[in-house]
Design a protein around this ligand. Structure first.
Ligand SMILES: CC(=O)SCCNC(=O)CCNC(=O)[C@H](O)C(C)(C)COP(=O)(O)OP(=O)(O)OC[C@H]1O[C@@H](n2cnc3c(N)ncnc32)[C@H](O)[C@@H]1OP(=O)(O)O
Ligand SMILES: O=C(O)CCC(=O)C(=O)O
Length: 386
């Protein structure tokens, strides 16, 4: 353990923006968009990247081949079902790392595969053995692990390990877990799996990032992420959140944090999923302060409301002090001075109520032009004395 109680094992981010991210309903990347995203992820230092689903056919395969060839640092991975046909396609992708997804809950084994647990064990051992025999490095994913029987998950891992798999992924496919449950699941399974563990979170209850951190704390060395948390339904764990949260704890991820805003903007555009203003790390307004008490304190000393671990400069961004309904005198006077306008206390006191009314009407941060206009307005007569 590190002095502050953090574990020492690595946190290796495995990006799946181009696989689970693109599975988001309505999202479809062109080849140019995929190339730009893959290049940006590679340049940002993402160590591993799922490039796509080989079963989608020849065009997808050709694109995977091209994307893999362009990576300079990241290790490419292709995604397969538990099917020999998928492996045959993966072999033609030129990529030497294959991930095989194995449904492990009875609901999925029976409900979608129409197989038995015994069938799944046999198929897993067979497919992993065939892949390794052909020179592939194979990871195996336990799909729907959070609804699976831990004893059966351990049996799948044993089959995978026996056939030469190098890693085992636990997927909270429906995003059902909370951080305490995630930690407990990973801690309980880790000694029974006998392989490095990856955790793949979904965000159905808004806990994907927290669950990913909990999985890492519990011993998972590999963490599945997507840019902007893109992914099935409510998405996956967001790369930018997981990387920032780990780095804030002194855990090196190899990710260049200042590259994250550009990466997010690129994926937001290509996916047609604009970033919410309050999206952690990358949202337009996450480093903006308006409330008088906060702005006054920040002007006195920035770390009152801005911790160095999450400060905008870490991500190549800047703090914004904005004017609005909740501004106080200190913030208003600083803004007036910053815009070269009269900033004495009497002027600021006179402006403040007008500023509030304007902010309520406009529902946006106020600008220098707003201030100049308010200053130019005639001073209203004082209210009549009773
Ligand atoms: C939790 C996840 O993220 S799972 C990954 C989801 N990703 C995708 O679906 C990628 C995009 N998918 C596709 O393009 C298509 O669904 C394809 C090419 C994969 C398959 O297309 P089709 O042959 O038309 O099959 P279809 O989509 O109708 O059904 C899926 C089939 O995959 C099977 N399947 C699903 N998961 C697995 C698995 N892990 N291992 C083996 N088979 C699986 C289903 O049982 C079904 O088989 P069936 O047709 O014999 O009943
Ligand atoms: O690849 C896997 O192992 C799991 C697939 C997945 O995306 C999920 O279960 O959410």
């Amino acid at each position: 353990m590190l002095p502050d109680g953090l574990p020492r094992h690595p946190a290796i981010l495995c990006d799946t923006t181009l696989r689970d991210g693109e599975q988001t309903a309505g999202v479809a990347f062109s080849l140019d968009e995929k190339r730009a995203i893959a290049r940006a992820l590679d340049a940002a230092g993402v160590p591993e990247m799922e490039l796509g689903v080989v079963a989608m056919g020849e065009e997808e395969l050709a694109e995977i081949r091209l994307l893999a060839a362009e990576l300079t640092r990241a290790a490419p991975v292709v995604w397969c079902r538990l099917r020999a046909g998928d492996l045959a396609l993966a072999m033609r992708s030129g990529v030497r790392r294959v991930h095989v997804a194995v449904p492990v809950s009875d609901r999925q084994i029976d409900g979608k595969l129409r197989l038995t647990r015994a069938d799944v064990l046999t198929a897993t051992a067979g497919l992993v053995a065939a892949a390794t025999a052909q020179g592939m490095q194979v990871s195996v994913g336990a799909e729907d692990a959070s609804r699976g029987d831990p004893a059966f998950i351990a049996a799948v891992a044993a089959a995978a390990r026996g056939a030469g798999a190098i890693r085992f992924r636990l997927a909270d496919t429906l995003g059902l877990l909370d951080p305490v449950e995630t930690g407990a699941l990973v801690r309980a399974l880790l000694p029974r799996l006998g392989l490095p563990v990856e955790f793949h979170a979904h965000n159905d209850f808004g806990m994907a990032t927290a669950n990913t951190l909990a999985a890492w704390r519990a011993g998972a060395t590999h963490l599945s992420v997507t840019v902007n948390g893109l992914g099935e339904r409510a998405g996956n764990a967001a790369l930018e959140e997981v990387a920032a949260a780990l780095e804030a704890r002194g855990i090196a991820t190899g990710i260049a944090l200042p590259a994250l805003p550009g990466l997010s903007a690129l994926v937001a555009l290509a996916s047609g999923r604009p970033l919410p203003a309050a999206k952690p790390i990358v949202g337009d307004m996450v480093f903006a302060h308006e409330a008088g008490i906060h702005v006054d304190a920040i002007l006195k000393r920035a770390d009152t409301y801005e911790d160095p671990r999450s400060a905008p400069a870490r991500f190549g961004r800047s703090r914004m002090l904005v004017l609005g309904k909740h501004s106080g005198l200190a913030g208003l006077r600083a803004a007036l001075a910053g815009h070269g306008l009269p900033d004495d206390e009497a002027t600021a006191r006179r402006l403040l109520p007008h500023l509030r009314r304007l902010a309520i009407r406009e529902k946006r941060p106020l600008t220098a032009a707003d201030l100049a206009r308010l200053l130019a307005e005639p001073v209203p007569a004082p209210p009549p004395q009773p």
